[in-house]
Design a protein. Structure first.
Length: 266
């Protein structure tokens, strides 16, 4: 062994000894090292059933009135028809879409809807409506979760029930028959924008349709357009809108609508 090799071996042995000594001086890791105790999440009492609102929900429709809703066209009181604990789309001329008085950013939404049992028509003209998860202003399409009878009805698949209209096909078709109540449970993460209006982070959506996952944290490419490619337009908070579609089929109904705003714990 040369003198250089001996020196290198001695240096290595010294480093090993030093590392072992330092390791012996370090206390053994404990479970408490990775336990976090604050901040403490607030208590929220779940609903009695999965459909019932939790204690921190904002009730948007409880079967009694449309006090939380206005006309999307002119912000006048909503004029859909409330009856038997539900409200039904009005297709009278000049009534149109309705939207929430409140605006929202990130949220969890529960909404139930029913296509009439005697529904007629086909394709997109069969119980057509939509839940616009962010209605960003007059003339803007917003971000639409499609409502339609897709139980036994053929149409383009990115326009069937539970699609993010013209953007995302639902993972499965979980429709019930016309005349039966259906539910959407939605987690909406709004897009964010820089000061100059350019996109900072895109919108994401997760949807359960009748308890079945149909949109899994889908990243939207922008607003959902009837014609053309989607694009983003800056907004901060927006109402939730329900569509009175212009098709000639029998109008559908909604009930049991509530929302929970999602806020970071701090």
């Amino acid at each position: 062994m040369t003198r250089t090799q001996f020196s290198q071996l001695l240096a290595f042995a010294t480093l090993v000894t030093l590392a072992a000594s330092l390791s012996a001086q370090q206390p053994a890791p404990k479970p408490e090292d990775t336990e976090v105790w604050t901040p403490v999440p607030k208590i929220v009492t779940p609903g009695v059933t999965n459909e019932a609102p939790p204690s921190d929900a904002i009730i948007l429709f409880d079967g009694k009135n449309q006090d939380e809703w206005v006309s999307a066209q002119d912000k006048s009181p909503a004029k859909w028809v409330v009856h038997d604990g539900i409200f039904t789309v009005s297709k009278e001329r000049g009534v149109g879409n309705i939207e929430t008085k409140r605006t929202f950013k990130d949220y969890q939404l529960h909404i139930e809807w029913r296509i009439p049992e005697n529904i007629t028509g086909s394709g997109q003209a069969r119980g057509n409506s939509g839940v616009f998860l962010a209605s960003t202003g007059p003339g803007d399409d917003g971000y639409e979760l499609q409502v339609l009878d897709s139980y036994n009805n053929t149409t383009y698949v990115n326009g069937q029930a539970a699609s993010m209209y013209k953007q995302s096909i639902p993972l499965v078709n979980a429709n019930r028959k016309p005349g039966e109540w259906q539910s959407y449970d939605v987690v909406w993460t709004a897009p964010t924008f820089t000061d100059d209006g350019s996109l900072k982070t895109p919108a994401y959506v997760t949807v359960f349709f009748n308890g079945v996952l149909v949109q899994n944290h889908f990243e939207l490419k922008g607003q959902t357009l009837f014609i053309g490619k989607p694009f983003y337009k800056k907004y901060d908070r927006a109402p939730i809108k329900l569509q009175a579609h212009g098709d000639k089929s029998e109008p559908l109904s909604f009930r049991n609508i509530w929302v929970r705003e999602i806020k970071e714990i701090n």
